[in-house]
Write a protein that binds this ligand. Structure first.
Ligand code: ADP
Length: 262
């Protein structure tokens, strides 16, 4: 049974399962085989979903760009105010497309192992202050407040630009998903005996418990996310890959209606 099932899998039939009733080594092997078949099937399904998502994500900005370019050609070309508005939409959509493509490339480089960590020693408190400072302009304009709580300076050894990316992605998400009423984001450094704990907290809707294990997956976006929320569905996968490369712990505590702490 096992060898016939293995041949079927080689031909692309991943739904195959074998009988696991035996309680000896063959029974164990059969169980492992079924587990393997399930995982292969899951991964093949994910690849199909991924292709569908990528095509969708790339097509949406392209459709918008074409529509507004046509509008300028046919309607607003001679109306400076409208033309400016339409051109700005085209520019925003181009930025969105660029961000998606860059995230895809970065993630694939991280996953393939082609990127090595560039270690240096620096003060994490100062690094966090600089990151939050970068967000101040944007967040003030949009009415968000980022509260930064730093501990004592602490020298860490890691890839600074990648850790910068991790913290930046988490702050981006916190801004995107925090409550639209109070618009608060909290960024905290805590020096513990063996490590530094960095928290990014928002007061948004939180994440359902059964979704928590999915959010770090590639292209996962909750079904009820809105298009105004700028994102590619890749931010947390990039976070995960970078932290895995460093062997750092990561995770999220979230309560529906109260917010999330990454
Ligand atoms: P994106 O934000 O571009 O959709 P991410 O990989 O950063 O992609 O996040 C994946 C999904 O995880 C989001 O679509 C959202 O559903 C959920 N998520 C991430 N951060 C938060 C947060 N702070 N609060 C609530 N949900 C979040």
């Amino acid at each position: 049974q096992l060898s016939s099932a293995a041949r079927q899998m080689a031909m692309g039939n991943y739904a195959v399962q074998v009988d696991t009733r035996r309680s000896d080594e063959l029974g164990d092997l059969a169980q492992d085989f079924n587990h393997m078949a399930n995982e292969v099937q899951r991964s093949s399904q994910m690849q199909r979903d991924l292709l569908a998502n990528v095509s969708h994500d790339l097509r949406t900005p392209l459709t918008m760009m074409k529509a507004y370019a046509e509008m300028i050609r046919d309607l607003s070309g001679n109306n400076p105010v409208k033309r400016e508005q339409h051109l700005n939409i085209i520019i925003e959509e181009t930025d969105r497309l660029t961000q998606i493509v860059n995230d895809m490339l970065d993630l694939s480089k991280l996953e393939s192992g082609a990127q090595k960590l560039d270690y240096s020693t620096f003060d994490i408190a100062q690094c966090m202050a600089e990151i939050v400072h970068r967000y101040e302009g944007v967040s003030e304009r949009m009415g968000y407040q980022i509260h930064l709580t730093l501990d004592e300076p602490c020298m860490v050894r890691c890839d600074e630009s990648k850790i910068d990316r991790v913290i930046g992605n988490l702050i981006n998400n916190a801004i995107n998903y925090t409550s639209k009423e109070d618009k608060q984001v909290f960024v905290t450094q805590r020096n513990l005996p063996q490590c530094v704990r960095i928290e990014v907290r928002d007061t948004g809707d939180g994440i359902e418990e059964d979704k928590i294990k999915l959010i770090f997956d590639k292209y996962y976006r909750s079904e009820n996310h809105k298009r105004e929320v700028v994102g590619t569905g890749l931010g947390l996968s990039i976070v995960k890959e970078i932290l895995k490369m460093h062997n750092y712990n990561y995770g999220v505590n979230s309560k529906l209606g109260e917010g999330s702490t990454f």
